[in-house]
Write a protein that binds this ligand. Structure first.
Ligand SMILES: [Cu+2]
Length: 293
């Protein structure tokens, strides 16, 4: 009787875990994120929900395991010299021990693959395509569907004295095609919760491709996440996510001949990076502090 009750309770808890995992929307606040950083893309939202669901499932399993440990410790303490009933070689129990963890792993694997497919999905027709070129040690961002005054597509190149700013529209599907001119770099915007290795040598295939939909306007730092040489640490850029209208106005301004900074200022944005400093600035600071000390 009591055992039947317990089993029913275990099953109910397991069911709760599954329902929680399959639920369309996970609660999103500091507590329910369980330390997960808040991303700014749809893809990041899927990843966060997988994390929240996984932690809830782990806690459900944890509570069951803690109960199974603590309950015998408290209720079945040694009461005398009489040996308690021996239950070794309990076949049904051992089968359950084997199958249950397998089911748990299968469920986690299933939801991981579902989310991975969403994150890596590039089947949607993108609204915008941006070509990213990585080189030692900076970035070039090209808007291939535009034509600047020189007849070439509008682009922004970083230098040692200027952080390249990648202007992106919110609420549109953006396809990134990343290429490297030399060694392996890695395109990483921490707020996307995503990084992609930039493998050189596939200019024709453009296999380094991913898509995101950004949902929050703002300035976010971007980095190279692959140790690519001497100045790897200074290979930063900035993502400036703006409204679709501002994005269109920015591209129009660039096509009319404005620089990145001028075009950004024309849509009411700071013309220079706000999230990170260019290499020359850091170098100067280092020199000043070492000569001062
Ligand atoms: Cu790099």
């Amino acid at each position: 009787m009591a055992r039947g009750n317990r089993l029913a309770r275990l099953a109910a808890l397991g069911l709760l875990g599954v329902v929680t995992l399959t639920g369309c929307e996970m609660p999103n606040n500091e507590f329910w994120r369980f330390g997960w950083p808040e991303g700014i893309t749809d893809q990041a939202t899927h990843m966060r929900e997988l994390w929240t669901g996984s932690v809830i499932a782990a806690l459900v399993v944890g509570v069951i395991v803690w109960t199974l440990i603590l309950w015998p410790v408290v209720r079945h303490r040694k009461r005398g010299d009489e040996l308690p009933r021996q239950t070794a070689y309990n076949l049904p129990l051992e089968i359950a021990y084997t199958i249950l963890p397998f089911l748990i792993i299968a469920a986690l694997f299933f939801f991981t693959v579902v989310v991975q497919n969403k994150v890596q999905d590039r089947s949607n027709n993108p609204d915008e395509t941006i070509a990213v070129n990585a080189f030692k040690w900076n970035w070039q961002f090209v808007y291939p569907n535009t034509t600047g005054p020189d007849g070439e597509p509008v682009n922004t190149v970083g230098t040692t004295s200027e952080i390249p700013i990648l202007v992106l529209p919110t609420d549109r599907t953006i396809r990134f095609e990343v290429a490297s001119a030399d060694v392996i770099h890695s395109f990483w915007v921490p707020e996307f919760l995503f990084k992609l290795d930039v493998i050189p040598g596939n200019e024709n295939g453009r296999d380094n491709v991913f898509q995101v939909t950004v949902r929050h306007e703002g300035a976010y730092v971007g980095r190279c996440a692959e140790l690519c040489g001497t100045y790897h640490a200074y290979m930063n850029f900035e993502v400036r996510a703006v409204s679709g209208d501002d994005y269109d106005a920015y591209l129009k301004a660039r096509q009319s001949g404005m620089t990145t900074a001028e075009a950004l200022e024309s849509i009411g944005q700071p013309g220079h990076a706000t999230t990170t400093e260019p290499f020359s600035y850091l170098q100067k600071t280092a020199q000043t502090s070492s000569s001062g000390g």
